[in-house]
Design a protein around this ligand. Structure first.
Ligand code: PLP
Length: 389
């Protein structure tokens, strides 16, 4: 059975051209980039080339790019650097729908004497900007707002937020892990101070990330050690993955202009329309006005997401649900709860996240095979029976 992979917000396939670019760094080019000899120097040169390519994807300067081990490390580094830069400021702001990389860090910081503000979203998953601005004070050290949500794909107006936050002299960070490569990012066009990316969300391998740090931003390393990354991140570089990320950034830049992203958005729309038309009591979570081109979160009322995933798995379809099995009970995600999605819908939510590698045939297969899955589960659901009368 063929695997149909529509779980690209979880992770992506490493693109063949990326694998090809990485291979020499596992075999003949194994020198340490910090070594004085030419053999290591060559490897160091490859890192600098990758730095330029990543910088180009977000219109940054190469010197503003710091390679890390993942998106989570980039997020932690940004927040901790801002706190270290202003030890007297004890207030931190984020949204209620961030990835655990930010959410759980803020929750930990709240147990360490920091006052935290979690900005709410409305039923469409859009941020309450007035609430955000009204809560900024002289004691606010950092505002961190994701560029695009990993569950719904909803895009936040971070350029506007960055400008407002800058006016008040507060550091602004954005987690752009899901947005990179799917929508254009231009750090020169907006006063974003720090921005996180992750390799495995854009067809590079797992275990490599990026933190963009605007020139002039007060910064201290999270990992203290050698002089790597200009002293901003100690530890011998994950050379092959960094080289792979450089190639992936190149490919992502090409996809943004060659029509691939638009084609993918068309497939996402075809999937969404097909499912909504063929499954009664189904709805999209999050606004469709400003959304990533690859994501749709759809709730199928009166069924359990985990059960849907299991049956989808038997059909070879890989996706994610918006609920997680914690301590034996199926809890809807914090994102859907923050949006106030009713329980009957939140439990049966499925996130489909496409990549440019998906085909029309795959989408048609999902549209054909999903409705009977939902129907079968509903026949077993007492809640469905009740509401159907
Ligand atoms: N931020 C967002 C929005 C994400 O979706 C993810 C991964 O799912 C991360 C951060 C964490 O990235 P990594 O897996 O590279 O640590």
């Amino acid at each position: 059975m063929k695997t149909i992979y529509v779980d690209n917000n979880a992770t992506t396939m490493v693109a063949p051209r990326v694998v090809e670019a990485m291979m020499p760094y596992f075999t003949e080019l194994y020198g340490n980039p910090s070594s004085m000899h030419n053999f290591g120097g060559k490897v160091g040169g490859a890192i600098e080339e990758a730095r330029q390519k990543v910088a180009a994807l977000i219109n940054a300067s190469a010197s503003e790019i710091v390679f890390t081990s993942c998106g989570t490390e980039s997020d932690s580094t940004a927040i901790k650097a801002a706190l270290a830069a202003s030890p007297d400021k004890r207030h931190i702001v984020t949204s209620r729908v961030e990835h655990p990389a930010i959410k759980n860090l803020y929750e930990q910081l709240s147990t360490q004497g920091y006052r935290t503000t979690f900005v709410p979203v409305n039923a469409d998953g859009e941020l309450d900007l007035d609430y955000l601005y009204d809560n900024l004070t002289d004691g606010t050290a950092i505002v961190s707002i994701m560029l695009a949500n990993n569950e719904t794909g909803v895009i936040f107006p971070v350029e506007e937020i960055a400008a407002e936050v800058r006016k008040r002299g507060i550091v602004f960070h954005t987690d752009s892990v899901q947005a990179a490569g799917k929508v254009p990012i231009d750090v020169k066009a907006s006063p974003i101070d720090m921005l996180s990316l992750s390799g495995h969300k854009l067809h590079a391998p797992k275990g490599v990330g990026v933190l963009y740090v605007r020139k002039g931003t007060r910064f201290s390393p999270f990992l203290v050690g050698g002089h790597q990354e200009g002293g901003r991140r100690g530890g011998t570089e994950n050379v092959a993955s960094i080289v792979g990320l450089g190639t992936a950034a190149d490919l992502a830049g090409e996809d943004l202009v060659n029509g691939s992203i638009a084609r993918m958005a068309g497939l996402r729309d075809r999937l969404e329309k097909g499912l909504l038309e063929n499954v009664p009591s189904s709805m999209v979570n999050g606004t469709v006005k400003s959304r990533l081109p690859n994501t749709t979160s759809i709730s199928f009322e009166y069924v359990e997401g985990e059960a849907i995933l299991l049956l989808m798995d038997q059909l070879g379809i890989c996706a994610s649900s918006g609920s997680a099995c914690t301590s034996g009970s199926l809890e809807p995600s914090h994102v859907l709860r923050a949006m106030g999605v009713p329980f009957t819908a939140a439990h049966g939510s499925i996130r489909y996240s496409l990549s440019t590698f998906n085909t029309e045939d795959e989408i048609d297969y999902i549209v054909e095979n999903m409705p009977p899955v939902i129907d079968r589960l509903r026949q077993m659901s007492p809640f469905w029976e009740q509401q159907a009368g």
